[in-house]
Design a protein around this ligand. Structure first.
Ligand code: C2E
Ligand code: CA
Ligand code: CA
Length: 459
Protein backbone atom coordinates (compact mmCIF):
# COMPACT_ATOMS: atom_id res chain seq x y z
CA UNK A 1 0.00 0.00 0.00
CA UNK A 2 2.80 2.30 1.04
CA UNK A 3 4.79 1.41 -2.11
CA UNK A 4 1.79 2.07 -4.33
CA UNK A 5 1.34 5.47 -2.73
CA UNK A 6 5.00 6.39 -3.32
CA UNK A 7 4.79 5.18 -6.91
CA UNK A 8 1.62 7.20 -7.64
CA UNK A 9 3.17 10.34 -6.06
CA UNK A 10 6.36 9.82 -8.08
CA UNK A 11 4.41 9.32 -11.30
CA UNK A 12 2.27 12.41 -10.62
CA UNK A 13 5.42 14.50 -9.99
CA UNK A 14 7.01 13.15 -13.15
CA UNK A 15 3.91 13.97 -15.26
CA UNK A 16 3.78 17.52 -13.78
CA UNK A 17 7.50 17.94 -14.50
CA UNK A 18 7.03 16.68 -18.06
CA UNK A 19 4.09 19.05 -18.69
CA UNK A 20 6.11 22.02 -17.33
CA UNK A 21 9.18 21.01 -19.38
CA UNK A 22 7.21 20.62 -22.63
CA UNK A 23 5.42 23.92 -21.94
CA UNK A 24 8.73 25.71 -21.38
CA UNK A 25 10.30 24.15 -24.50
CA UNK A 26 7.24 25.14 -26.50
CA UNK A 27 7.50 28.72 -25.20
CA UNK A 28 11.21 28.74 -26.04
CA UNK A 29 10.59 27.53 -29.59
CA UNK A 30 7.72 30.01 -29.99
CA UNK A 31 9.98 32.81 -28.73
CA UNK A 32 12.67 31.79 -31.16
CA UNK A 33 10.14 31.73 -33.99
CA UNK A 34 8.76 35.12 -33.07
CA UNK A 35 12.18 36.51 -32.39
CA UNK A 36 13.01 39.02 -35.08
CA UNK A 37 16.67 38.88 -34.08
CA UNK A 38 17.20 35.19 -34.77
CA UNK A 39 17.51 32.96 -37.79
CA UNK A 40 14.87 30.23 -37.56
CA UNK A 41 16.93 27.62 -39.40
CA UNK A 42 20.07 27.73 -37.29
CA UNK A 43 18.98 29.53 -34.12
CA UNK A 44 21.93 31.94 -34.52
CA UNK A 45 21.39 35.70 -34.74
CA UNK A 46 20.19 37.09 -38.05
CA UNK A 47 21.59 40.26 -39.62
CA UNK A 48 19.39 42.65 -37.58
CA UNK A 49 20.05 40.81 -34.34
CA UNK A 50 23.78 40.74 -34.92
CA UNK A 51 23.94 44.45 -35.73
CA UNK A 52 21.83 45.35 -32.68
CA UNK A 53 23.91 43.22 -30.29
CA UNK A 54 27.27 44.32 -31.72
CA UNK A 55 26.32 47.99 -31.48
CA UNK A 56 25.41 47.47 -27.84
CA UNK A 57 28.67 45.66 -27.05
CA UNK A 58 30.69 48.41 -28.73
CA UNK A 59 28.68 51.25 -27.11
CA UNK A 60 28.70 49.81 -23.61
CA UNK A 61 32.37 48.76 -23.92
CA UNK A 62 31.28 45.52 -22.23
CA UNK A 63 34.31 43.80 -23.69
CA UNK A 64 37.66 45.30 -22.84
CA UNK A 65 39.64 43.42 -25.54
CA UNK A 66 39.95 44.57 -29.11
CA UNK A 67 37.32 42.97 -31.34
CA UNK A 68 37.12 41.65 -34.88
CA UNK A 69 34.35 40.73 -37.28
CA UNK A 70 34.69 37.52 -39.29
CA UNK A 71 32.68 37.01 -42.47
CA UNK A 72 32.36 33.40 -43.67
CA UNK A 73 31.07 32.16 -46.99
CA UNK A 74 30.77 28.50 -47.97
CA UNK A 75 32.40 28.02 -51.36
CA UNK A 76 30.30 25.95 -53.76
CA UNK A 77 27.35 25.67 -51.33
CA UNK A 78 24.99 25.25 -54.28
CA UNK A 79 26.85 22.08 -55.23
CA UNK A 80 25.98 20.59 -51.82
CA UNK A 81 22.30 21.33 -52.42
CA UNK A 82 22.59 19.84 -55.87
CA UNK A 83 24.46 16.68 -54.94
CA UNK A 84 22.81 15.87 -51.62
CA UNK A 85 19.50 17.77 -51.64
CA UNK A 86 18.10 20.75 -49.73
CA UNK A 87 17.82 18.94 -46.38
CA UNK A 88 21.54 18.21 -46.53
CA UNK A 89 22.17 21.88 -47.38
CA UNK A 90 20.17 22.91 -44.28
CA UNK A 91 22.14 20.46 -42.17
CA UNK A 92 25.42 21.94 -43.38
CA UNK A 93 24.18 25.43 -42.46
CA UNK A 94 23.19 24.30 -38.95
CA UNK A 95 26.50 22.45 -38.54
CA UNK A 96 28.37 25.58 -39.59
CA UNK A 97 26.80 27.59 -36.77
CA UNK A 98 27.46 24.82 -34.26
CA UNK A 99 31.10 24.51 -35.36
CA UNK A 100 31.67 28.25 -35.04
CA UNK A 101 29.94 28.54 -31.66
CA UNK A 102 31.91 25.68 -30.13
CA UNK A 103 35.25 26.60 -31.72
CA UNK A 104 38.34 27.97 -30.00
CA UNK A 105 37.47 31.34 -31.54
CA UNK A 106 34.88 31.59 -28.73
CA UNK A 107 32.60 33.98 -30.60
CA UNK A 108 30.77 36.60 -28.57
CA UNK A 109 28.07 36.54 -31.26
CA UNK A 110 27.37 34.32 -34.26
CA UNK A 111 24.90 35.07 -37.03
CA UNK A 112 23.71 33.75 -40.34
CA UNK A 113 23.11 36.96 -42.23
CA UNK A 114 21.88 35.38 -45.45
CA UNK A 115 21.99 32.08 -47.39
CA UNK A 116 25.44 30.62 -46.70
CA UNK A 117 26.98 33.77 -45.20
CA UNK A 118 27.88 33.77 -41.53
CA UNK A 119 29.46 36.40 -39.31
CA UNK A 120 31.04 36.22 -35.88
CA UNK A 121 32.17 38.88 -33.45
CA UNK A 122 35.21 37.64 -31.57
CA UNK A 123 37.98 38.95 -29.35
CA UNK A 124 41.20 39.54 -31.28
CA UNK A 125 43.00 37.51 -28.62
CA UNK A 126 40.91 34.48 -29.66
CA UNK A 127 41.76 34.79 -33.34
CA UNK A 128 43.70 31.52 -33.62
CA UNK A 129 44.63 31.16 -37.28
CA UNK A 130 45.18 27.38 -37.20
CA UNK A 131 41.70 26.96 -35.78
CA UNK A 132 40.33 29.23 -38.50
CA UNK A 133 41.99 27.10 -41.20
CA UNK A 134 40.59 23.86 -39.80
CA UNK A 135 37.12 25.45 -39.50
CA UNK A 136 37.31 26.40 -43.18
CA UNK A 137 38.23 22.92 -44.45
CA UNK A 138 35.05 20.91 -44.29
CA UNK A 139 33.82 17.50 -45.36
CA UNK A 140 30.23 16.41 -45.79
CA UNK A 141 29.49 12.69 -45.74
CA UNK A 142 26.17 11.11 -46.59
CA UNK A 143 25.71 7.39 -47.27
CA UNK A 144 28.74 6.49 -49.34
CA UNK A 145 29.24 9.95 -50.82
CA UNK A 146 31.83 12.31 -49.48
CA UNK A 147 32.21 15.92 -50.47
CA UNK A 148 35.10 18.19 -49.47
CA UNK A 149 34.37 21.87 -49.46
CA UNK A 150 35.83 25.10 -48.20
CA UNK A 151 34.73 28.16 -46.36
CA UNK A 152 36.42 31.46 -47.01
CA UNK A 153 36.78 34.02 -44.26
CA UNK A 154 37.29 37.78 -44.45
CA UNK A 155 38.44 39.52 -41.27
CA UNK A 156 37.90 43.10 -40.17
CA UNK A 157 39.85 44.15 -37.09
CA UNK A 158 37.60 46.70 -35.42
CA UNK A 159 40.05 49.59 -35.40
CA UNK A 160 37.43 52.23 -36.10
CA UNK A 161 34.50 51.87 -33.72
CA UNK A 162 32.68 54.83 -35.23
CA UNK A 163 31.76 53.11 -38.50
CA UNK A 164 28.46 51.24 -38.55
CA UNK A 165 28.34 47.48 -38.14
CA UNK A 166 27.13 46.93 -41.74
CA UNK A 167 30.28 48.63 -42.99
CA UNK A 168 32.28 46.29 -40.77
CA UNK A 169 30.60 43.33 -42.55
CA UNK A 170 31.31 44.95 -45.89
CA UNK A 171 34.99 45.35 -45.05
CA UNK A 172 35.28 41.76 -43.84
CA UNK A 173 33.40 40.59 -46.93
CA UNK A 174 35.66 42.62 -49.19
CA UNK A 175 38.77 41.10 -47.57
CA UNK A 176 37.40 37.65 -48.45
CA UNK A 177 37.67 38.55 -52.15
CA UNK A 178 41.44 38.87 -51.71
CA UNK A 179 42.02 35.25 -50.67
CA UNK A 180 44.53 33.78 -53.09
CA UNK A 181 44.63 30.13 -52.09
CA UNK A 182 41.54 28.63 -50.42
CA UNK A 183 43.48 25.61 -49.29
CA UNK A 184 46.65 27.12 -47.84
CA UNK A 185 45.14 30.28 -46.37
CA UNK A 186 41.37 30.48 -46.58
CA UNK A 187 41.27 33.88 -44.86
CA UNK A 188 42.36 37.46 -45.50
CA UNK A 189 42.52 40.52 -43.25
CA UNK A 190 41.04 43.80 -44.42
CA UNK A 191 43.27 46.78 -45.05
CA UNK A 192 42.43 50.11 -46.67
CA UNK A 193 44.27 49.30 -49.91
CA UNK A 194 41.57 46.69 -50.56
CA UNK A 195 38.98 49.44 -50.53
CA UNK A 196 41.07 51.37 -53.06
CA UNK A 197 41.02 48.26 -55.30
CA UNK A 198 37.27 48.12 -54.89
CA UNK A 199 36.96 51.75 -55.94
CA UNK A 200 39.15 50.93 -58.98
CA UNK A 201 36.78 48.08 -59.92
CA UNK A 202 33.80 50.42 -59.75
CA UNK A 203 35.72 52.93 -61.82
CA UNK A 204 36.38 50.26 -64.46
CA UNK A 205 32.68 49.35 -64.50
CA UNK A 206 31.58 52.93 -65.14
CA UNK A 207 34.29 53.32 -67.82
CA UNK A 208 33.01 50.19 -69.56
CA UNK A 209 29.42 51.44 -69.47
CA UNK A 210 30.70 54.60 -71.17
CA UNK A 211 32.70 52.49 -73.65
CA UNK A 212 29.51 50.65 -74.65
CA UNK A 213 27.95 54.01 -75.56
CA UNK A 214 31.09 55.15 -77.41
CA UNK A 215 31.38 51.89 -79.40
CA UNK A 216 34.82 51.13 -77.96
CA UNK A 217 33.64 47.58 -77.33
CA UNK A 218 34.04 45.32 -80.35
CA UNK A 219 32.85 41.89 -81.33
CA UNK A 220 35.55 39.52 -82.54
CA UNK A 221 34.59 36.32 -84.33
CA UNK A 222 36.58 33.12 -83.99
CA UNK A 223 35.72 30.68 -86.80
CA UNK A 224 34.94 27.07 -85.93
CA UNK A 225 36.02 24.49 -88.52
CA UNK A 226 34.51 21.21 -89.55
CA UNK A 227 37.22 18.73 -88.51
CA UNK A 228 37.17 16.61 -91.68
CA UNK A 229 36.77 19.30 -94.37
CA UNK A 230 38.64 22.13 -92.51
CA UNK A 231 35.87 24.52 -93.61
CA UNK A 232 34.65 27.30 -91.30
CA UNK A 233 31.05 26.37 -90.53
CA UNK A 234 30.25 28.64 -87.61
CA UNK A 235 31.94 31.17 -85.30
CA UNK A 236 31.99 32.31 -81.70
CA UNK A 237 31.45 35.96 -80.77
CA UNK A 238 34.14 37.12 -78.31
CA UNK A 239 34.28 40.56 -76.79
CA UNK A 240 37.28 42.93 -77.00
CA UNK A 241 37.49 46.38 -75.42
CA UNK A 242 39.53 48.81 -77.43
CA UNK A 243 40.30 51.21 -74.65
CA UNK A 244 41.68 54.56 -75.77
CA UNK A 245 44.22 54.68 -72.91
CA UNK A 246 44.95 51.07 -72.04
CA UNK A 247 44.84 49.51 -75.53
CA UNK A 248 43.03 46.25 -76.26
CA UNK A 249 41.57 44.58 -73.18
CA UNK A 250 40.58 40.89 -73.11
CA UNK A 251 37.42 39.55 -71.47
CA UNK A 252 39.34 38.06 -68.53
CA UNK A 253 40.35 41.62 -67.57
CA UNK A 254 36.82 42.97 -67.17
CA UNK A 255 34.14 40.22 -67.35
CA UNK A 256 34.67 38.94 -63.77
CA UNK A 257 34.30 42.53 -62.51
CA UNK A 258 31.10 43.06 -64.50
CA UNK A 259 29.70 39.76 -63.24
CA UNK A 260 30.48 40.78 -59.69
CA UNK A 261 29.00 44.26 -60.05
CA UNK A 262 25.87 43.02 -61.83
CA UNK A 263 26.51 44.70 -65.21
CA UNK A 264 27.37 41.63 -67.30
CA UNK A 265 23.96 41.60 -69.03
CA UNK A 266 24.54 45.14 -70.35
CA UNK A 267 27.62 43.82 -72.11
CA UNK A 268 26.03 40.57 -73.31
CA UNK A 269 23.04 42.49 -74.65
CA UNK A 270 25.40 44.80 -76.54
CA UNK A 271 27.31 41.85 -78.05
CA UNK A 272 24.04 40.10 -78.94
CA UNK A 273 22.68 43.24 -80.62
CA UNK A 274 25.86 43.90 -82.60
CA UNK A 275 26.19 40.28 -83.68
CA UNK A 276 22.58 39.92 -84.82
CA UNK A 277 22.75 43.27 -86.60
CA UNK A 278 25.89 42.14 -88.43
CA UNK A 279 24.29 38.84 -89.48
CA UNK A 280 21.04 40.57 -90.47
CA UNK A 281 22.85 43.13 -92.66
CA UNK A 282 24.84 40.49 -94.49
CA UNK A 283 21.76 38.34 -95.02
CA UNK A 284 19.76 41.35 -96.25
CA UNK A 285 22.53 42.09 -98.77
CA UNK A 286 22.45 38.48 -99.98
CA UNK A 287 25.96 37.87 -98.66
CA UNK A 288 27.20 34.52 -97.40
CA UNK A 289 27.27 34.05 -93.65
CA UNK A 290 27.61 31.34 -91.02
CA UNK A 291 25.92 30.85 -87.61
CA UNK A 292 27.49 32.68 -84.67
CA UNK A 293 27.28 31.66 -81.03
CA UNK A 294 26.92 34.11 -78.15
CA UNK A 295 28.36 33.56 -74.69
CA UNK A 296 25.70 34.02 -72.05
CA UNK A 297 26.40 34.49 -68.41
CA UNK A 298 24.35 32.82 -65.67
CA UNK A 299 23.08 36.23 -64.66
CA UNK A 300 21.53 36.82 -68.10
CA UNK A 301 18.89 34.22 -67.32
CA UNK A 302 17.74 36.35 -64.41
CA UNK A 303 17.51 39.45 -66.58
CA UNK A 304 14.13 39.65 -68.30
CA UNK A 305 15.26 42.52 -70.59
CA UNK A 306 18.06 40.33 -71.92
CA UNK A 307 15.85 37.28 -72.42
CA UNK A 308 13.06 39.34 -74.08
CA UNK A 309 15.58 40.87 -76.47
CA UNK A 310 17.04 37.49 -77.39
CA UNK A 311 13.61 36.07 -78.03
CA UNK A 312 12.51 39.04 -80.12
CA UNK A 313 15.75 38.81 -82.14
CA UNK A 314 15.11 35.15 -82.73
CA UNK A 315 11.62 35.91 -83.99
CA UNK A 316 13.15 38.43 -86.42
CA UNK A 317 12.20 37.20 -89.86
CA UNK A 318 15.21 38.90 -91.46
CA UNK A 319 17.54 36.55 -89.65
CA UNK A 320 17.37 32.90 -90.77
CA UNK A 321 16.52 30.47 -87.95
CA UNK A 322 19.63 28.87 -86.48
CA UNK A 323 22.00 31.74 -87.25
CA UNK A 324 22.34 32.67 -83.61
CA UNK A 325 23.43 29.99 -81.16
CA UNK A 326 23.92 30.20 -77.42
CA UNK A 327 26.84 29.00 -75.31
CA UNK A 328 26.42 28.37 -71.63
CA UNK A 329 29.20 27.03 -69.43
CA UNK A 330 28.50 23.87 -67.46
CA UNK A 331 29.01 25.70 -64.16
CA UNK A 332 26.52 28.40 -65.22
CA UNK A 333 24.04 25.71 -66.30
CA UNK A 334 24.42 23.93 -62.95
CA UNK A 335 23.49 27.07 -61.06
CA UNK A 336 20.29 27.78 -63.01
CA UNK A 337 17.04 27.42 -61.13
CA UNK A 338 14.32 25.26 -62.71
CA UNK A 339 12.48 28.28 -64.10
CA UNK A 340 15.63 29.50 -65.84
CA UNK A 341 16.48 26.18 -67.45
CA UNK A 342 12.89 26.27 -68.77
CA UNK A 343 13.88 29.48 -70.58
CA UNK A 344 16.71 27.54 -72.21
CA UNK A 345 14.22 24.86 -73.30
CA UNK A 346 11.94 27.49 -74.80
CA UNK A 347 14.82 29.08 -76.72
CA UNK A 348 15.88 25.67 -78.03
CA UNK A 349 12.34 25.01 -79.25
CA UNK A 350 12.66 28.17 -81.34
CA UNK A 351 15.40 26.50 -83.36
CA UNK A 352 18.38 27.97 -81.51
CA UNK A 353 21.29 25.59 -80.99
CA UNK A 354 22.45 25.40 -77.38
CA UNK A 355 26.13 24.71 -76.76
CA UNK A 356 27.57 23.46 -73.48
CA UNK A 357 30.82 25.37 -72.97
CA UNK A 358 33.95 24.27 -71.09
CA UNK A 359 32.69 20.69 -70.77
CA UNK A 360 34.66 18.69 -68.21
CA UNK A 361 36.00 21.67 -66.30
CA UNK A 362 33.60 21.60 -63.33
CA UNK A 363 31.78 19.33 -60.90
CA UNK A 364 28.57 18.94 -62.81
CA UNK A 365 29.52 17.95 -66.35
CA UNK A 366 27.52 14.74 -66.46
CA UNK A 367 24.44 15.95 -64.63
CA UNK A 368 24.20 18.82 -67.17
CA UNK A 369 24.10 16.49 -70.16
CA UNK A 370 21.72 14.13 -68.39
CA UNK A 371 19.22 16.92 -67.82
CA UNK A 372 19.34 18.81 -71.10
CA UNK A 373 19.77 17.92 -74.77
CA UNK A 374 22.66 20.16 -75.76
CA UNK A 375 23.18 20.35 -79.51
CA UNK A 376 26.92 20.73 -79.16
CA UNK A 377 29.36 19.96 -76.38
CA UNK A 378 32.52 22.08 -76.27
CA UNK A 379 35.37 20.07 -74.88
CA UNK A 380 37.26 22.22 -72.39
CA UNK A 381 40.62 23.62 -73.57
CA UNK A 382 42.28 21.74 -70.68
CA UNK A 383 41.67 18.41 -72.46
CA UNK A 384 43.11 19.61 -75.77
CA UNK A 385 46.31 20.63 -73.98
CA UNK A 386 46.78 17.04 -72.75
CA UNK A 387 46.81 15.53 -76.25
CA UNK A 388 50.21 13.91 -76.83
CA UNK A 389 51.05 14.53 -73.16
CA UNK A 390 48.72 12.40 -71.08
CA UNK A 391 47.44 9.03 -72.31
CA UNK A 392 44.58 8.92 -69.77
CA UNK A 393 43.33 12.31 -70.93
CA UNK A 394 43.39 11.02 -74.51
CA UNK A 395 41.19 8.07 -73.49
CA UNK A 396 38.84 10.47 -71.71
CA UNK A 397 38.60 12.64 -74.83
CA UNK A 398 37.76 9.61 -76.94
CA UNK A 399 35.09 8.52 -74.44
CA UNK A 400 33.55 12.01 -74.28
CA UNK A 401 33.33 12.18 -78.08
CA UNK A 402 31.75 8.70 -78.29
CA UNK A 403 29.36 9.44 -75.45
CA UNK A 404 28.32 12.78 -77.00
CA UNK A 405 27.54 11.05 -80.27
CA UNK A 406 25.49 8.42 -78.44
CA UNK A 407 23.31 11.10 -76.85
CA UNK A 408 22.92 12.94 -80.15
CA UNK A 409 25.32 15.87 -79.53
CA UNK A 410 28.19 17.03 -81.70
CA UNK A 411 31.58 17.98 -80.26
CA UNK A 412 33.77 21.07 -80.68
CA UNK A 413 37.34 20.80 -79.38
CA UNK A 414 38.52 24.20 -78.13
CA UNK A 415 42.02 25.65 -78.04
CA UNK A 416 43.55 23.52 -80.83
CA UNK A 417 47.01 24.95 -81.47
CA UNK A 418 49.03 22.15 -83.07
CA UNK A 419 48.69 19.83 -86.04
CA UNK A 420 49.27 16.88 -83.71
CA UNK A 421 46.19 17.88 -81.66
CA UNK A 422 44.08 18.37 -84.79
CA UNK A 423 45.15 14.99 -86.26
CA UNK A 424 44.33 13.21 -83.01
CA UNK A 425 40.88 14.85 -82.85
CA UNK A 426 40.07 14.00 -86.48
CA UNK A 427 41.12 10.40 -85.73
CA UNK A 428 38.76 10.37 -82.74
CA UNK A 429 35.84 11.51 -84.90
CA UNK A 430 35.59 14.94 -83.28
CA UNK A 431 33.12 17.03 -85.31
CA UNK A 432 34.53 20.55 -85.08
CA UNK A 433 37.78 22.30 -84.24
CA UNK A 434 38.30 25.79 -82.83
CA UNK A 435 41.73 27.18 -82.13
CA UNK A 436 44.72 29.26 -83.14
CA UNK A 437 45.93 26.48 -85.48
CA UNK A 438 43.22 27.49 -87.94
CA UNK A 439 42.30 30.99 -86.81
CA UNK A 440 42.58 33.47 -83.96
CA UNK A 441 39.47 35.53 -83.10
CA UNK A 442 39.04 37.98 -86.03
CA UNK A 443 37.90 41.59 -86.02
CA UNK A 444 34.64 42.22 -87.89
CA UNK A 445 36.38 43.41 -91.14
CA UNK A 446 38.71 40.38 -91.06
CA UNK A 447 35.77 38.05 -90.50
CA UNK A 448 33.86 39.69 -93.35
CA UNK A 449 36.89 39.07 -95.59
CA UNK A 450 36.87 35.41 -94.70
CA UNK A 451 33.13 35.12 -95.40
CA UNK A 452 33.49 36.97 -98.73
CA UNK A 453 36.33 34.65 -99.78
CA UNK A 454 34.12 31.65 -98.98
CA UNK A 455 31.31 33.17 -101.01
CA UNK A 456 33.66 33.42 -103.99
CA UNK A 457 34.70 29.76 -103.74
CA UNK A 458 31.06 28.66 -103.46
CA UNK A 459 30.06 30.78 -106.47
P1 C2E B 1 35.43 30.78 -73.89
O1 C2E B 1 33.98 30.93 -74.13
O2 C2E B 1 35.93 29.45 -73.46
O3 C2E B 1 36.15 31.29 -75.20
C1 C2E B 1 37.27 30.70 -75.74
C2 C2E B 1 38.51 31.43 -75.31
O4 C2E B 1 39.64 30.70 -75.77
C3 C2E B 1 38.63 32.80 -75.97
O5 C2E B 1 39.33 33.63 -75.07
C4 C2E B 1 39.51 32.51 -77.17
O6 C2E B 1 40.19 33.65 -77.65
C5 C2E B 1 40.47 31.52 -76.56
N1 C2E B 1 41.09 30.66 -77.56
C6 C2E B 1 40.58 30.27 -78.74
N2 C2E B 1 41.44 29.47 -79.39
C7 C2E B 1 42.53 29.33 -78.59
C8 C2E B 1 43.76 28.62 -78.70
O7 C2E B 1 44.06 27.95 -79.66
N3 C2E B 1 44.63 28.74 -77.66
C9 C2E B 1 44.34 29.48 -76.56
N4 C2E B 1 45.25 29.53 -75.59
N5 C2E B 1 43.20 30.16 -76.42
C10 C2E B 1 42.29 30.08 -77.43
P2 C2E B 1 38.86 35.09 -74.78
O8 C2E B 1 38.38 35.74 -76.03
O9 C2E B 1 39.93 35.74 -73.99
O10 C2E B 1 37.58 34.84 -73.88
C11 C2E B 1 37.72 34.34 -72.59
C12 C2E B 1 36.38 34.01 -72.01
O11 C2E B 1 35.63 35.20 -71.78
C13 C2E B 1 35.52 33.17 -72.93
O12 C2E B 1 35.91 31.84 -72.79
C14 C2E B 1 34.13 33.44 -72.41
O13 C2E B 1 33.85 32.62 -71.29
C15 C2E B 1 34.25 34.87 -71.94
N6 C2E B 1 33.63 35.77 -72.92
C16 C2E B 1 34.15 36.24 -74.08
N7 C2E B 1 33.26 37.06 -74.68
C17 C2E B 1 32.16 37.09 -73.89
C18 C2E B 1 30.89 37.76 -73.95
O14 C2E B 1 30.56 38.51 -74.90
N8 C2E B 1 30.03 37.54 -72.92
C19 C2E B 1 30.32 36.72 -71.87
N9 C2E B 1 29.42 36.56 -70.88
N10 C2E B 1 31.50 36.07 -71.78
C20 C2E B 1 32.40 36.26 -72.78
CA1 CA C 1 32.40 30.17 -75.17
CA1 CA D 1 35.14 27.49 -73.67
Amino acid sequence: MMMEHILITFLACFVIFLICYIGRMHQKIQRLHNDKDHDTLTGAYNRTGFIRRTEKIIQDCTVSDELCVLFFNIKGFKVINELFGLDAGDKVLRQSVELLQTSQLKPLLTARIEADHFVCLIRQSNLIYDELVSLCHRTYVMDDKQFNFYCRCGIYMVTDKTINVSSMFDRAKLAKEFILDDYAQPYAIYDNSMRDGFVAKNELTSQLLRALKDNEVKVYYQPIYEAKTKKAVSAEALVRWENSQMGQLFPGQFIPILEENGYISELDLYIANHTTEFLRNRTAQGKFTIPVSLNLSRKDFYNTKMIDMLISNLRDTYLPVGYVCIEITESAYASLAEHNSEILNMIKKMGVKILLDDFGSGYSSFSAIQDFDFDIIKLDIGFTRQIGVNKNAEWIIQSIIDMSHHIGSKVIAEGVETQQQADFLVGMNCDYIQGYLYSKPLSQPEFENLLDRYQETIA
